[in-house]
Ligand binder design. Structure first.
Ligand SMILES: CC(C)(COP(=O)(O)OP(=O)(O)OC[C@H]1O[C@@H](n2cnc3c(N)ncnc32)[C@H](O)[C@@H]1OP(=O)(O)O)[C@@H](O)C(=O)NCCC(=O)NCCS
Length: 237
């Protein structure tokens, strides 16, 4: 069936959460399955070109929560990595950095513009915590194929970026609010591009919410191009 219980989300929000794995599944069947499985919140992602389907979902009670934009860059003609400020280094993280990266995520993702925060029926505190847990566990479980880069300024971790080299994707990244606007993120991206190329990748993808402009500016400046966008909708039963 195209309805899959999302155990992590269910635990995070104290509800029975599920995802619709086939966005085009017949809605009568989806609703019947959701009721049998006692689903409370269903999440579906639909390509933004499929507007007819988005409207069918809206008619069925789904509501728009965010729009993800995907960018990609081929790993050719990479610019030289520019100099970092004297007091900053960018290095690979180890599991021992997990708690410090969690602190960065806690500050940077508070009240974020993702689909959890946009849903008024989900706890905002639990939505904040989801990003903190995600960041912390990514560092605690980092490997050569899922490395994490950290920016350290004056001996303090001020930014991080997680990579999934198997999926050729930058996954989660943030800079602590007090240090934003200083180019730290751009330097993390430069290093991520170099890391991807060194690992033998030919391209790197990354995504964010349409209304999250700062990362998109950093990506476009570094030669990323927008490739597709997806609407995220939730329905409550
Ligand atoms: C996105 C984020 C990592 C950027 O970090 P940063 O170190 O401030 O970024 P930089 O200083 O390298 O700036 C990147 C670009 O964003 C622009 N920018 C910075 N803050 C901005 C804002 N509030 N609104 C619009 N653009 C902004 C900068 O001018 C720069 O663009 P430019 O190269 O055209 O001048 C940081 O804002 C953040 O952690 N945000 C919250 C979490 C988040 O959104 N993570 C990314 C999810 S994909």
């Amino acid at each position: 069936m195209s309805v899959e219980i999302n155990a992590l989300e269910s635990a995070r929000f104290g509800i029975t959460a599920a995802r619709l794995t086939d966005p085009f599944a017949p809605l009568a069947q989806v609703n019947a399955a959701a009721r049998t499985m006692n689903v409370q919140m269903m999440t579906v992602r639909v390509d933004s070109t499929d507007l007819r389907r988005v409207q069918e979902l809206e008619d069925d009670g789904y509501r728009l929560m965010d729009t993800l934009v995907w960018y990609g860059r081929e790993l050719v003609d990479l610019p030289e990595i520019g100099p970092s400020p004297a007091d900053e280094i960018i290095r690979r993280a180890g599991p021992e950095d997990a708690a410090k990266v969690a602190t960065v995520a806690q500050e940077a993702f508070a009240g974020y513009c993702g689909h959890y925060h946009s849903d008024p029926r989900l706890s905002a505190a639990a939505a904040d915590a989801a990003y903190v847990d995600w960041a912390e566990s990514s560092v605690a479980r980092c490997t050569d194929s899922r490395p994490v880069l950290v920016a350290v300024a004056q001996d303090r971790i001020v930014g991080f970026l997680t990579l999934d080299l198997g999926a050729a994707e930058i996954v989660l990244n943030a800079v602590i609010p007090g240090e934003q606007g200083k180019g730290t993120y751009g330097r993390l991206i430069d290093r991520a591009l170099a890391t991807g190329r060194k690992a033998g990748l030919t391209c790197l993808a990354v995504s964010t919410q349409l209304n999250n402009l700062a990362p998109q500016r950093a990506w476009v400046r570094r030669g990323f191009r927008m490739q597709r966008s997806l609407h995220t909708l939730h329905k409550w039963f």
